[in-house]
Ligand binder design. Structure first.
Ligand code: GLN
Length: 187
């Protein structure tokens, strides 16, 4: 598969490396036209306000809302896929029926690691100024990852979002495999 990585801002190289690691071809997506070359898209972690504003400016928000390209959103990417952010207005794709809280773990826990439940397995979750799912707005949304009682991974149809950084952990490839096998191929 040709898996696009949105190349606006954030940890782009690490995403491309993971795509290669699971045996697929990474394609850097910088302009809307590049979307025609990809079978799926990853929105990397970074700063969701910055990424969202640039996505709007370059036409990605409109293009992705009107496409059926499967999307995996990581951290800031989860924020961008959500319907609403608690207490803040910012450009969003609004493709997953969730409300998220940004920087939900607060400044004292800017970044940390914890074991999480992902799709019935324990894996390592690396959280960096991570959001959490504050509310789920419809029963189309499936919870796929939890850190304690916090919802840190969801899936709705061909869209999937995680609050942690699977590109930074040894077993994080399982998250990408799930995206390809369950979301892209069956979603
Ligand atoms: N705190 C960032 C945001 O809300 C996300 C951080 C990240 O992607 N590592 O945009």
């Amino acid at each position: 598969m040709n898996i696009g990585v949105l190349g606006i801002q954030g940890d782009i190289d690490e995403q491309e490396e993971m795509v290669r690691k699971i045996g697929h071809n990474p394609v850097r997506v910088r302009r809307v036209e590049d979307l025609s070359k990809v079978d799926a898209l990853i929105i990397p972690g970074g700063e969701s306000t910055t990424i969202g504003k640039l996505m709007e400016k370059y036409g990605f928000i409109e293009a992705l809302k009107n496409s059926d390209i499967p999307i995996l959103g990581i951290c800031a990417g989860m924020v961008l896929l959500s319907k609403e952010v608690v207490g803040k207005k910012q450009p969003l794709l609004e493709l997953i029926d969730i409300v998220v809280k940004r920087n939900a773990y607060g400044s004292q826990r800017e970044s940390f690691e914890d074991e999480i439940d992902f799709n019935g397995e324990k894996i390592k979750g690396i959280f960096i100024r991570a959001p959490v799912v504050d509310r789920i707005l419809s029963d189309k949304v499936e919870v796929i990852a939890k850190e304690g009682s916090n919802i840190v991974g969801v899936r709705e149809g061909k869209y999937m979002a995680v609050a942690f950084h699977p590109e930074l952990s040894e077993d994080g490839y399982k998250v990408y495999n799930y995206f390809v096998e369950e979301v892209c191929n069956k979603g």
